[in-house]
Design a protein around this ligand. Sequence first.
Ligand SMILES: [Zn+2]
Length: 270
Amino acid sequence: MNKAFYSFFSLLLYANFCQSALSGVPGEVIAVEGHGAIFKLDQRFLEINFKDQNYILFAIPYSASNESKQFDGIDINIIKKDFGESRITIEDLSKVDLSKEDADRAYKESMQIRNAVNSYSTDFKPNMDFSSPIPDGIISSRYGKKRFINNTPRSPHLSLDIAANEGTPIQAPSKGKVILTGNFFYSGNYLIIDHGYGLISSYSHMSEIYLEAGDYVEKDQSIGAVGSTGRVTGPHLHWTVYLNKIRINPESLLKKDYLQGILQSYKDVI
Ligand SMILES: [Zn+2]
């Protein structure tokens, strides 16, 4: 098949596919049978081969209401889900109403984090088999909660908070490579792991970081310890997982046979 024909064929598939828009719950991952070219020729997605069939894993972005969104050129129906709300009090007001210096620092750091989160490497192919970074921890705030800090509405909480005693080891939920570490204004001692193909996880507020950028990690290896650095109300891990730059629900990844569940839900709707 020549290249031009292949592109045409891919676009044709893409066009057919768009007639039935993707839909899903905010923060969840859905599987669609086929290849990345179906979606967009220059967009790279995580493809998984399971029982001789190829699937693309696709993250549904967060949205507070039922709506249809164009995302990376793809139509997505986002199904409304009530995630509840969380109200926290930050007593150190210098961490809420930032000085010019702190605001500049926080902005620079957010750009550094964004660059890291946008990485796309092909060293590892993730199998989506995640374990909890703190197996004995207690979930203290779930993904998607509307957040109020000192009674003022803020961005929703698109991460999972796991509370544990200061110094409790934090384990890599899956293998990967550390791509960023540092001490950040909001996140405190912070580390990002690249699991490959656009799947990235980050760890905030640690008391200690055991690794450096460039280090490879194995699943369940200790990466640092629980702490209360940065903007926090007490010792906990703020754990974020990104797929294709979209923050997804980390708790869902911990479900038993997570990947099979996603593939099965795809088969149930077709
Ligand atoms: Zn959090």
